[in-house]
Design a protein around this ligand. Structure first.
Ligand SMILES: [Zn+2]
Length: 217
């Protein structure tokens, strides 16, 4: 069942791999959807599998408590992290977790990226915060990531990688690429000298646009 939802998750996982946003079997992708009876399910990539040989039937379905309801393989080790975000953010229907290079450089500094670019503020929601360190797969990591993500669409995981979210998979993937581009610009610009953030009043206008588009209320 739910072949379309599984295929979509697989497609985005392959994009992530092909664009070099993950290394080996790292990273994971999920989307949330609703069954006709109203139950919410999450289709998520399996644990420890190569993306190039992954097939739609390898994508695992879990309920909102993390119980596997379909699939032979174990779901991603970060399943509880994805579920924590879905519980906290009602409009979010897709989550992409990557280990991209420039986002990971920010993850090592532990310092948030200020509001540097118009598209960053408009589509990611402003500054990009770094969630406090916790072990991969731990409940603490889910808690720290939900707190640092807040109402925004992207966050960095200290000493680990990045998370981006969206109202659908394409949006979550676009946000993954936008986060990596922003981190790359930040690293390059720091080598050129003093940084000039987006003017404060313009950033406010862009945040208002973001809130109208992606806000929970
Ligand atoms: Zn990871």
């Amino acid at each position: 069942m739910w072949e379309v939802q599984k295929m979509e998750v697989l497609e985005v996982a392959r994009w992530m791999d092909e664009k070099g946003l993950v290394v080996g079997t790292s990273g994971n992708v999920s989307q949330r959807f609703r069954e006709p009876d109203g139950r919410e399910l999450v289709a998520i990539t399996p644990s420890g599998r190569q993306y190039d040989t992954m097939e739609a039937e390898d994508i695992v379905l879990v309920d909102m408590e993390g119980q596997r309801v379909e699939g032979e393989l174990a779901p991603s080790i970060e399943t509880m992290l994805h579920l924590g975000i879905y519980r906290a953010r009602k409009k979010v229907r897709a989550v992409v977790h990557a280990h991209a290079v420039f986002g990971s450089a920010i993850a090592v500094t532990g310092k948030e990226i200020p509001c540097l670019l118009d598209d960053q503020v408009t589509f990611l929601g402003g500054e990009i915060k770094v969630a406090a360190y916790a072990l991969p797969g731990s409940p603490e990591l889910a808690k720290n990531v939900v707190a640092a993500l807040g109402p925004r669409n992207a966050v960095v995981l200290a000493n680990h990688g990045t998370i981006s979210v969206g109202r659908n998979l394409r949006e979550a993937f676009n946000n993954c690429e936008l986060l990596e581009k922003t981190a790359r610009v930040y690293v390059l610009a720091m080598g050129l000298g003093t940084l000039t953030p987006v003017p404060a009043d313009m950033a406010e206008a862009e945040r208002a646009f973001f809130a109208a588009m992606f806000g929970e209320n």
